[in-house]
Design a protein around this ligand. Sequence first.
Ligand SMILES: Nc1ncnc2c1ncn2[C@@H]1O[C@H](COP(=O)(O)OP(=O)(O)OP(=O)(O)O)[C@@H](O)[C@H]1O
Length: 278
Amino acid sequence: MTAVVVSGAGRVFDGGSDAGTVALTDVDLTVGEGELVSLIGPSGCGKSTLLRLIADLDAPTSGSVAVFGKTAERARKDQDYGIAFQQAGLLPWRSVRANVELPMQLRGGAGQRGKSGQPNKAERAARSAELLALVGLTDFADHRPHQLSGGMQQRVAIARALARSPRLLLMDEPFGALDEMTRERLQDELLRIRATTGAAVVFVTHSIAEAVYLSDCVVVMSPRPGRVVATLDVPLGTPADRAARGIGLREDPAYFERVSAVREALHSGDAASDRVPT
Ligand SMILES: Nc1ncnc2c1ncn2[C@@H]1O[C@H](COP(=O)(O)OP(=O)(O)OP(=O)(O)O)[C@@H](O)[C@H]1O
């Protein structure tokens, strides 16, 4: 089943006495099961707004959003997706382990409760141990977030997003605040996590290189009002292949070719835009 289908979605923010801000117009987006799709475009083009529509943190003013064939609201209530944003957003008074276990302690949707109920304490402990091993933080389970580096905190946030084994991850510049070395390491970890979990991902980024390295498909958006100006496939192998190649992939001519193609699409989107300069 398709993970996400956005059809003709628009979002106009009410401007009070003004005409309002048209953030998105007529956006179509499809994310297949297990696929990683990046959204890239200039600042203010509506990438975060689009992600928020998928997460049901906001509603479109036109068009529709479906997540695994359900309304976005139903998918949110069923905890069908995990979210990771630029700021890790960990609870400072909780240990790393307790942060990862948090989504398992919150009540799930009706579907979730009907199926298997909430995980008990032993199940939560087993799951958090598994996830902390996945992101390489087993030795830090009892630390508090402030005792970790920014990159480690972001890994905790990713582990937390995976807690309920979602089939979909929504990530808004999750590595944006990190230095280049840490960022590349976490990109490799995300490829590995995808290879392990098979989760689909919608990934917002400003980095062309990051989008190409991680994605099966890069969706290029125009300056505001955001529209999809190009959808580029990135046939550089499965997540497992890419993770295994690591630096070799970053130096592959096929990778550079895709980086150039995305850059050209971004610039032609800029030129084609009817944006009024601000
Ligand atoms: N809650 C809101 N109220 C009014 N306008 C908003 C709101 N949220 C976003 N906007 C406007 O919608 C447009 C798109 O914003 P959005 O944050 O989605 O862009 P973005 O592409 O994610 O930007 P960036 O790359 O800088 O993070 C902007 O013009 C912004 O001012």
